[in-house]
Design a binder for this molecule. Structure first.
Ligand code: CA
Length: 232
């Protein structure tokens, strides 16, 4: 059976390492992100089965992290872990999309029990490939399991390369991406700067997902950089 991988987003090193060690002693794999921004980047890799999330975090707080993860993945179990234990805090957490909430200080075995329940409950099971992961922006929806894309409810046919390119954009929505970053991640090689294959593919993709729709999602920036976002 595959090992469940847990992402711990927690800025207090002692707490983060304590949780990581406890999980590893119980046959889980665990990685630590020490701030919200790194946490979001790691979560977007799609390689985790559950996330343990602190609220008071540098860069991006836990509520925001949770909201952003929920914008593209409604399935992954999230457990918030925090010293802030009022009902108002908890409601704010659930409002941001967390599945569970544990107040510090806590006993590790309670955390473990809750993580196990969340993993069991989540339909994603232990294979993130089959988790029915859905990525969204505006009215565009990409279903990674079904390998399908719709915009405004209409099916959009993409080639395998266009699909990978759009998937990369969606996983990095709002982030400015250079041509070479796209080349390395989608084509898995470094292009020399003379080639315009990236621009050609981005135009293919634009014709399919943006041309007949509003708002435009793919934006070109100075220096041949691109960003996927809703607003101008
Ligand atoms: Ca903290």
């Amino acid at each position: 059976m595959a090992v469940a991988k847990i992402l711990i987003i927690e800025d207090e090193p002692k707490v983060a390492r304590f949780i990581k060690k406890g999980l590893e002693d119980n046959e889980f794999e665990a990685d630590i992100a020490f701030d919200g921004r790194i946490g979001l980047n790691m979560a977007s890799s799609g390689s985790y089965h559950a996330i343990i999330l602190d609220i008071n975090l540098p860069q991006v707080n836990g509520y925001e992290v949770c909201r952003e993860i929920r914008s593209y993945n409604s399935n992954i179990p999230v457990l918030m872990l925090t010293a802030m234990g009022t009902t108002k805090d908890k409601l704010q957490g659930f409002d941001a999309g967390t599945d569970d909430y544990l107040v510090k200080p806590f006993e590790f075995r309670e955390l473990l029990a809750r993580i196990r329940v969340l993993l069991k409950r989540s339909q994603s099971g232990l294979n993130p490939e089959n988790s029915g992961n859905v990525l969204r922006i505006a009215d565009l929806v990409m279903d990674l399991s079904a390998k399908s894309v719709t915009r405004d409810g209409k099916k959009i046919n993409l080639t395998a390369k266009e699909f990978s390119l759009l998937e990369f954009f969606l996983k990095n929505r709002g982030r400015v991406l250079s041509r070479s970053e796209i080349a390395e991640n989608v084509w898995d090689i470094s292009f020399d700067t003379g080639t315009n294959i990236i621009d050609v593919y981005i135009n293919f993709l634009r014709n399919k997902i943006d041309k007949n729709f509003f708002p435009k999602l793919i934006h070109t920036l100075i220096g041949m950089r691109y960003v996927l976002k809703e607003e101008d």
